[in-house]
Design a protein around this ligand. Structure first.
Ligand code: ADP
Length: 362
């Protein structure tokens, strides 16, 4: 259908009065990739997306789409299309007219634009609803119409602002799969804003984790999950214990982090110096209970809470200088040797499951 464009964001800042929403962000999104901007509310995701779309001015920096600097171009001349969270359909137009609206603005003759609208509706499985009004559609169907309307402009990049947030959980998962399929069929660049780490991991070729107007990490989902770059990413992605301390010993490939409570843990990751503050991450699903081999790779904890989750059990522990440490164990393993709140047990992990986290320069 259309060719995809790479998006190059070069040191882009956005301020609204005294608020800085985006702080000198640089990011290269490869052509034809599915990119998710992920982070908590207010971290600058939508501002970044709206600047790519041209719905928000860029305070400083540049955005390039393919070989074109689009910084000062209006939305319609950028080669992007935006799908809004609210769908923003015209209530007085039928579905086909909604989808064809931008072609009407461009002066495309009626028969031609109706034909193109039906093609787009076929793509989003909404052809049979062409004559309905938006009010006669479910939320999920309205969303498909909004998607068809965005795609009719033949964009090189589709920008989606929290496209699944208004759907119920079941529909969310279905639409998620359809978005991914559509993206791979069309081959165009998708940039999708979400605050759900699960959604980002399920969809993206590239996950961009944002916090307070900055990018904490941009990588393939597996890297973001397995090698979180910072404590923020490790906490936001979940399934990691983040412990903070001071580097007592550092080598090229690892560091020993002393905890306030007296213990010291070794973790992989170079470039640290003794005396620095540092954070380490330990995967919650890699913690072994009832084993004590190496004090640099474990501690003795007291069970503070137990949550049954079906296929797994979540155990919370407190230890020396450690308020809250989580271990996720399989249900079979847990019930084979159940433990109770108040029990004190040794906890251990393997060297490769503890990593030193980086810090962003302020
Ligand atoms: P996110 O999409 O991650 O929730 P936004 O980009 O919407 O974040 O917002 C980032 C920051 O900019 C927030 O502090 C928000 O309050 C502020 N902001 C966003 N839009 C405006 C606006 N139009 N006027 C003033 N402040 C805004």
């Amino acid at each position: 259908m259309s060719k995809a464009a790479a998006i190059d964001i070069v040191s882009v800042t956005k301020t609204y009065g005294a608020t800085t929403a985006v702080r000198a962000v640089s990011l290269k999104i490869p052509a034809g990739s599915y990119c998710c901007l992920l982070g908590p509310s207010g971290c600058g995701k939508s501002s970044t997306l709206r600047m790519i779309a041209g719905h928000e001015s860029i305070t400083s920096g540049d955005i390039r789409l393919g070989n074109t600097v689009v910084t000062d171009l209006p939305p319609a001349r950028r080669g992007t299309a935006m799908m809004f969270q609210s769908y923003a359909l015209f209530p007085h137009l039928d579905v086909a007219e909604n989808v064809a609206f931008s072609l009407k603005m461009k002066g495309v003759p009626k028969a031609e634009r109706h034909k193109r609208a039906l093609e787009m509706l076929r793509l989003t499985h909404m052809e049979e609803y062409a004559a309905r009004r938006p009010a006669q559609l479910s939320g999920g169907q309205q969303q498909r119409v909004a998607l068809a309307r965005a795609l009719i402009t033949d964009p090189e990049a589709l920008l989606l602002d929290e496209p699944l947030s208004a759907l119920d959980p079941f529909l969310k998962i279905r639409m998620r799969a359809e978005l991914k399929k559509l993206q791979s069929e069309l081959g165009i660049t998708f940039v999708h804003v979400t605050h759900s780490q699960e959604e980002a991991m399920a969809l993206a070729d590239m996950v961009v984790v944002m916090n307070d107007g900055r990018i904490e990490q941009a990588a393939v989902p597996r890297t973001v999950f397995e090698r979180p770059a910072t404590a923020f990413v490790a906490r936001f992605m979940g399934d990691h214990n983040v412990l903070s301390g001071t580097v007592t010993e550092a080598t090229e490939k690892s560091a020993t982090i002393g905890m306030e409570g007296g213990g010291a843990f070794v973790a992989s990751g170079g470039g640290r110096a003794a005396g620095e503050a540092a954070d380490i991450a330990i995967r919650t699903d890699r913690v072994r209970i009832g084993e004590a081999d190496d004090p640099a790779l474990g501690f003795t904890g007291t069970v503070s809470n137990i949550e049954y989750r079906g296929s797994s059990v979540k155990l919370s522990f407190a230890g020396p200088g450690i308020d809250d440490f989580t271990a996720i164990v399989g249900d079979t393993a847990f019930f084979a040797r159940p433990i109770r709140v108040g029990d004190t047990v040794p906890l251990a992990w393997s060297a490769e499951d503890a990593i030193v986290l980086g810090r962003l320069d302020a």
